[in-house]
Design a binder for this molecule. Structure first.
Ligand code: DCP
Ligand code: MG
Length: 438
């Protein structure tokens, strides 16, 4: 009987044989991909992220590309969506302008993204995750959290071994590779999956969490973007280790709710649960125009009014959504959907509108549109929506203004207050088509 669950014994990621010795290669199959960790059989939160996702799908479907540098991108955005690992060696990165990428790697094969295909592949992989546990929380097209606590009796194997088998299964059946991170919480599982990409498998245990985090930059903390990192830098804080020496009170006094997050996450304290997708998938509003519209100026007031509708429904149901989805239908009925994930769920018209606006702006290319829709998905109702963002004072002011407008509308009806974006601008343009909630 293999010494499963005894942390003195690791196992081989390839053949899963238990490793009884300290050797660097598997004593059964010779593979060097061995896993050993004192908490190996106790950790049950996993994060999975596909390697160079779009590029890997294209390579799988055209074996001639296998050893070539491949860039997915181009089209109207003119930037790199993803680069395979060969292209990355030449310095090509996501979000790089295409012309720069081709300067760095002139012999790269450039492929336009086929979003439908990637979404289908993403769904197939998610289904394989759901074979392991119902607690699967997708974060984007190619990544998800899994909570495997309590599944050991079902699988007759601890989570780490289940995940190693999963990653082998994805390679075998889907022809794609993934990287896996395992820990006791979401924060560290996600960091772990990024640790030794591609084909990675990393483990961060509770014992080592604080030391592991100490020399890492603050940007590793969920919610610390460029702007906030710059604020912290001005205050002399660059590493997570520095946060570990600070108390919660002063951190909250300086940075509000974010201060609490800094305090907790820097110490590896993260009790967020893995939340499977919610029943109601999205809340949206859309409208078909009397006449097709091509100009941004004409679309903006409609977008604003639809954002307010969506926000009103979210507030009424006391839910919030983390992904903003923009929908456009062109005169020839071609559908475009674009989405963007926010750092926190929102129910504010202002955030929905501003995010929708930045997505819409990019789509203005002379096409005449017959329909515009805006909505949010990734719904949640746990009160984590719209933390007051002390970094962006203007955003806080707008949120406060919006609450005031909501109160007035609550008293005097929906048309009591109109914002500058919509005032007098849209009545004549839109048909009275019912909106939808999926
Ligand atoms: N993506 C994009 N634009 C970006 C970043 C990502 O269109 N700026 C798309 C393309 C990626 C997919 O999302 O294939 C997944 O994003 P990841 O950040 O997980 O990147 P990859 O999977 O490509 O690479 P990695 O191996 O680093 O995960
Ligand atoms: Mg990825």
């Amino acid at each position: 009987m293999a010494p499963v669950n005894d942390p003195r014994f690791g196992f081989c990621r390839d053949c899963l044989a238990a490793q009884t010795s300290e050797g660097r290669r598997c004593h059964v199959c010779g593979s060097p991909r061995l896993l050993r960790h004192p908490e190996l059989y106790r950790l049950s939160i996993a994060h999975v992220d596909c390697d160079a996702f779009y590029a890997s799908v294209e390579k799988r479907d055209n074996p001639e590309l296998r050893n070539k540098p491949v860039i997915i991108g181009g089209g109207k955005r003119g930037v790199v969506s993803t680069a395979c690992y060969v292209a990355r060696i030449h310095g090509v990165k996501s979000a790089m302008p295409m012309f720069k990428a081709l300067e760095a790697c002139p012999h790269a094969v450039v492929i336009k993204p086929d979003m439908e295909k990637y979404a289908r592949v993403g769904r197939e992989i998610r289904q394989m995750m759901r074979d392991l546990t119902p607690l699967v929380e997708p974060l984007s097209i190619d990544e998800a959290f899994l909570d495997l606590s309590g599944t050991e009796r079902l699988h007759h194997d601890p989570p780490a071994r289940v995940m190693a088998q999963f990653s082998n299964r994805v390679e075998r059946e889907m022809g794609l590779s993934v990287s896996v991170g395992i820990s006791y919480c979401k924060f560290l599982a996600k960091i772990a999956s990024d640790f030794e990409k591609p084909r990675g498998f990393s483990i961060i245990g509770a014992e080592e969490a604080v030391t592991f985090l100490a020399d890492k930059p603050v940007t590793l903390i969920w919610g610390v973007g460029k702007a906030f990192a710059a604020t912290l830098e001005r205050d002399g804080i660059r590493t997570i280790g520095q946060l570990q020496t600070m108390e919660q009170g002063p951190l909250m006094a300086a940075y509000g709710t974010m201060g609490q997050r800094l305090y907790r996450l820097s110490r590896g304290l993260d009790t967020r649960r893995v939340e499977p997708e919610s029943e109601s998938k999205s809340v949206s509003a859309e409208t078909t125009f009397n006449e097709d519209i091509a100009s941004l100026d004409d679309l903006v007031p409609i977008l604003r009014s639809l954002s307010e509708k969506v926000s009103h429904r979210l507030k009424t149901a006391d839910i919030a959504g983390r992904t903003v989805v923009l929908k456009l239908k062109s005169r020839d009925f071609k559908l475009r959907t674009r989405n963007r994930q926010l750092a926190d769920p929102t129910q504010l018209a202002d955030r929905i509108f501003r995010t929708g606006f930045s997505l819409l702006e990019k789509e203005i290319d002379g096409t005449r549109f017959r329909l515009l829709g805006i909505g949010v998905s990734d719904l949640s109702d746990d009160g984590r929506a719209d933390p007051l963002d002390l970094v962006d004072v203007q955003a806080t002011k707008r949120a406060v203004a919006e609450t005031a407008i909501d109160k007035l509308r609550g008293k005097f009806g929906n048309h009591a207050v109109e914002t500058g974006y919509t005032f007098g601008k849209i009545q004549s343009r839109t048909k009275n088509v019912p909106d939808e909630i999926e």
